[in-house]
Design a protein around this ligand. Structure first.
Ligand SMILES: *[C@@H]1O[C@H](CO)[C@@H](O)[C@H](O)[C@H]1NC(C)=O
Ligand SMILES: *[C@@H]1O[C@H](CO)[C@@H](O)[C@H](O)[C@H]1NC(C)=O
Ligand SMILES: *[C@@H]1O[C@H](CO)[C@@H](O)[C@H](O)[C@H]1NC(C)=O
Ligand SMILES: *[C@@H]1O[C@H](CO)[C@@H](O)[C@H](O)[C@H]1NC(C)=O
Ligand SMILES: *[C@@H]1O[C@H](CO)[C@@H](O)[C@H](O)[C@H]1NC(C)=O
Ligand SMILES: *[C@@H]1O[C@H](CO)[C@@H](O)[C@H](O)[C@H]1NC(C)=O
Length: 422
């Protein structure tokens, strides 16, 4: 597949008298004639600028464009996993665009909110995903508050988490720094100014693939219409994590919301007002999606990969390779380098910036830190609430505090969920 579009690209460019050495530059620039080969399947077909380039003889037999969805839940390691996609130079990576939809809906008047049911919200989520996969970033303007002016916004959620949005042409200041291995978070907000969504759309078009990370879609079944959409070649990476670790991580990250849990953790006594529903529904959704995926329904065939965050944290290189094989792309050097630098896979000492911007420099230790951070009482409660989910995903229960704290005793069963292709 990789070969076939490259061949097409080469032929097209050669026929236009363009040097082979210019291909990469052309691909990355916005005006190159080679753009046309990627766009013919999308709405841009209607655009006269592309139409001339969409001659049938140039068309690849099958669209090589991949639409990747990192489907996860809050604090399940999705930022780390997303970096494996964000670092790929051919991927336009979008970090949780559904945040804006949820905000817009949550902030609407209460009368409207009552009439907005779950179906409407999920429909809005899917609409946005579809529009982003076809590189229409203007569609975000429906949800970004305050409303962008002249297609420019300063309120784009976590813009620095998308490398493409910190690189030329979106951020012309980004040139040299973007190519370095400084994390975008350290300089992008300062250097790049407001985000021009027209430029963002163009940058998306100039990359071969689109990957989106979301933690806001509850179940994989909610994505069915997207997997069946003939315009997309959707690949869903379902990222799961031990719910006990998810809870510990949420308690650290959202201390206000989890105050009762923290009191419980500190005192060893369960407050009456502690809210168990959030972790329960996380477990239910995770299990329901995994069950659906592992039953291999026709609409998900070849489109679903279950990844346990722990496996990725323990063997980042192997798992990343598996993920790339599943989506059908080459793992580029930049991705390999990022893994080497951020996972301590060599046992080398991490550099300073890793320390500040990720919790991942020693991914193995991070994945297990919950075992020192949670009281046994809380762990037992989560085990009772989530016992089916733990069993399904291969996480062992502990029966004593000693067992919980003994890190030589692994709680992750060896599991192979399915062959990469089926
Ligand atoms: C929604 O309301 C909250 C609280 O009033 C505010 O902080 C947030 O910026 C608002 N978000 C949007 C998208 O309007
Ligand atoms: C955004 O970028 C487009 C494309 O380069 C440009 O035409 C437009 O003027 C820019 N908008 C603003 C407000 O700078
Ligand atoms: C890891 O080891 C490889 C090969 O020995 C080396 O090229 C690379 O620079 C090392 N990574 C780090 C972060 O030291
Ligand atoms: C729970 O309490 C222990 C001390 O008993 C503390 O080290 C740990 O950080 C706490 N965990 C969380 C998630 O707050
Ligand atoms: C989980 O707990 C429920 C209720 O206690 C029990 O019926 C069920 O068999 C348990 N599941 C597993 C996999 O142990
Ligand atoms: C910790 O677990 C390992 C492996 O299961 C076991 O061999 C060892 O005895 C345990 N240590 C303690 C102190 O329980």
């Amino acid at each position: 597949m990789e070969c076939s579009w490259k061949t097409v690209l080469l032929l097209v460019c050669a026929s236009l008298g363009v040097q082979y050495t210019a291909i990469r530059t052309l691909r990355d620039s916005l005006s190159g004639p080679c753009q046309g080969t990627y766009r013919c399947q999308t709405r841009h077909h209607r655009d006269s600028r592309w139409r001339a380039l969409c001659d049938d003889s140039w068309m690849p037999v099958e669209s090589p464009r991949k639409h990747i969805l990192l489907f996860a839940t809050t604090r399940s390691g999705s930022s780390f996993t997303g970096q494996l996609l964000n670092q790929h130079p051919g991927i336009f990576y979008v970090f949780e665009p559904l945040y804006h939809v949820q905000q817009a809906f949550t902030n609407s008047s209460s009368r409207l909110r009552r009439t907005l049911d779950r179906r409407a919200l999920l429909g809005a989520y899917r609409d946005l995903l579809l529009n982003l996969y076809t590189c229409d970033l203007h569609f975000m303007e429906n949800y970004i508050r305050p409303e962008p002016r002249d297609h420019v916004t300063s309120s784009y959620f976590r813009r620095s988490s998308s490398h493409a949005l910190c690189s030329p042409p979106v951020c012309s200041e980004g040139g040299d720094v973007a190519a370095s291995d400084l994390p975008d978070e350290t300089w992008c907000p300062k250097k790049c100014g407001a985000l021009n969504l027209t430029l963002a759309s163009m940058s998306c078009l100039s990359r071969e693939h689109v990957a989106i990370k979301t933690v806001r879609v509850p179940e994989v079944g909610d994505l069915r219409t997207l997997t069946e959409d003939p315009r997309l070649d959707l690949k869903i990476i379902h990222l799961v994590r031990d719910p006990r670790a998810i809870l510990a991580s949420r308690m650290m990250a959202f201390s206000d919301q989890f105050r009762a849990w923290k009191i419980w953790n500190a005192t060893g006594r369960q407050p009456r007002y502690v809210d168990l529903t959030q972790i329960t529904s996380t477990c239910k959704d995770m299990a329901a999606s995994a069950e659906t995926g592992l039953q291999r329904p026709a609409w998900l065939r070849g489109r679903y990969l279950l990844v346990r965050y722990e496996d990725l944290a323990f063997k980042p290189k192997d798992k990343a390779t598996e993920i790339y094989r599943f989506v059908g792309l080459e793992m580029e050097d930049r991705v390999r380098l990022w893994i080497a630098k951020n996972t301590n896979s060599n046992g080398s000492s991490p550099s300073e910036w890793n320390y500040r911007y990720s919790t991942t420099r020693d991914s193995r230790a991070t994945a297990e830190s919950w075992r020192r951070r949670l009281g046994f009482d809380i762990v037992r409660t989560v085990q009772n609430l989530c016992n089916d989910t733990l069993a399904l995903l291969g996480y062992k229960q502990v029966h004593s505090a000693a067992e919980l704290r003994n890190l030589s005793h692994s709680l992750v069963e060896h599991r192979t969920f399915q062959p990469v292709t089926w």
